[in-house]
Design a protein around this ligand. Structure first.
Ligand code: GTP
Length: 157
């Protein structure tokens, strides 16, 4: 288990165990790879981030992950791997989010990208994301760093 603060000084706990904080998390975050590029979305307020969002009523977390990727990027998830889960103790509420790694086999143009401006493909994530104003706050804490490490270490994806 890792513990650190996000950029707003909220306490964050991250674990790569099997659903340590909730069996039914209400949020998902999906690190997406399309061919040899990372697939992100450009959120209208927050900036560049991997897609994600809230699990809807009647939906599984995996279904929410595939739906959010489609809605925010047009990407079609061909393989979805659970990576871990994190918990943010915010000022007003606690949120628990599943982190996934998704392989995307096609990116199709959508008529709407909801609260985002749609897909952004990057060959590499910049080394200094935390100081890069183009990126969303959710890309700026150690959830991204540790999750990317975990994905890189895995031989099975
Ligand atoms: P609505 O309920 O739709 O209004 O959403 P919201 O704006 O309240 O956001 P949400 O419930 O997704 O998150 C509430 C708070 O949790 C945010 O304001 C953030 O402070 C925090 N939060 C949400 N997602 C993340 C995340 O991925 N990383 C970090 N560090 N904090 C997050």
């Amino acid at each position: 288990m890792y513990q650190f603060e996000d950029i707003y000084h909220n306490k964050v706990m991250l674990s790569f165990k099997d659903h340590p904080y909730s069996k039914e998390p209400k949020h998902v975050w999906v690190i997406c790879k399309f061919e040899d590029q990372w697939l992100l979305t450009s959120h209208k307020n927050r900036g560049l981030e991997f897609p994600g969002g809230k699990v809807e009523i009647g939906e599984s977390a995996e279904q929410a992950a595939a739906r959010e990727v489609k809605e925010e990027t047009g990407g079609h998830v061909s393989k979805l791997h659970y990576i871990g889960q994190y918990k943010v103790e915010g000022r007003e509420k606690i949120i628990i989010k599943n982190v996934y790694f998704a392989l995307i086999d096609k990116v199709e143009k959508q008529s709407t990208y909801f609260e985002t401006n749609g897909p952004v493909l990057l060959k590499q994530l910049p080394a200094n994301i935390r100081k890069d104003h183009r990126f969303s706050f959710i890309m700026k804490d150690s959830v991204l760093t540790y999750s990317m490490q975990k994905i890189m270490e895995s031989n099975s994806f």
